[in-house]
Design a protein around this ligand. Sequence first.
Ligand SMILES: Nc1ncnc2c1ncn2[C@@H]1O[C@H](COP(=O)(O)OP(=O)(O)OP(=O)(O)O)[C@@H](O)[C@H]1O
Ligand SMILES: [Mg+2]
Length: 264
Amino acid sequence: MESLESRDMEQQNKYISVRDLRKKYKRKRQKDLQVLDSINFEISRGEFVCIVGGSGCGKSTLLRLMSGLDPDYEGQVIIDHELVKKTDKRRGFVYQEHRLFPWFTVEKNIGFVMNDKDQEAKRRKISEVLELVGLKGFENAYPRELSGGMAQRVNIARALVNEPEILFLDEPFGALDALTRIQLQKELLTIRKKQKSTMLLVTHDIEEAVYLADRVIVLANRPAKILDIVEIHLPEIRDRSSEVFQKIRRNIYKYFESKDEKEE
Ligand SMILES: Nc1ncnc2c1ncn2[C@@H]1O[C@H](COP(=O)(O)OP(=O)(O)OP(=O)(O)O)[C@@H](O)[C@H]1O
Ligand SMILES: [Mg+2]
């Protein structure tokens, strides 16, 4: 009895709690589409959690609900004891595509999301965050003058500039070539160490998840349910070619091998 109570207490103290989360999209002239079905998990402050799953299974939907972008869901998303129903400046979001305004400079693109009145302090914060993502000195560049990797760095800088407690990343490196991707994954770990944000990253790339995460949530196909939550006990700096890394990757990959047979 006592242990049950203490477990209950521990659950309440979790930073993020997703409880019996379900999502149905209402569609015209078609029956409703059930996308998420009874999703339950918890995340501690400062954790790096990756969510993997096949295309269209509901990963972006899950992230949108958790970040407050879509309040229309059943069940609960609780962050820091509050039910999430709207976006919050303490939370940053990075999308797959960079979504920068082409007519704004890098500085203006980042400044756009800031509320600072003091222009000098604002400029200083922007240059600090640009340094953090390896783009010092690019304040006056326009998006068309940046490579895909650089534009995505600006996107990350913009999400970081208000020092979010939680960073939601939806396939942030999906549009990049393999080498840039590896580089940015490495940089993301450095950023995480400096900023100490809680990170929630969606990817279809299992290797990326094993490289970055403390835990990997594996989602089944639509309606998405949790197949497994894999704890990654690897050193901070990970060797992708190591036996143990490849073993974890293979074990997660197995969940998707016979996916075709299960599809509707
Ligand atoms: N606004 C919407 N209205 C109706 N259906 C939607 C809406 N948004 C998403 N869906 C459907 O919900 C399902 C899940 O979409 P979602 O974007 O969450 O998948 P995903 O796992 O992020 O896919 P991908 O890996 O391709 O990005 C898809 O079948 C999609 O067509
Ligand atoms: Mg998606």
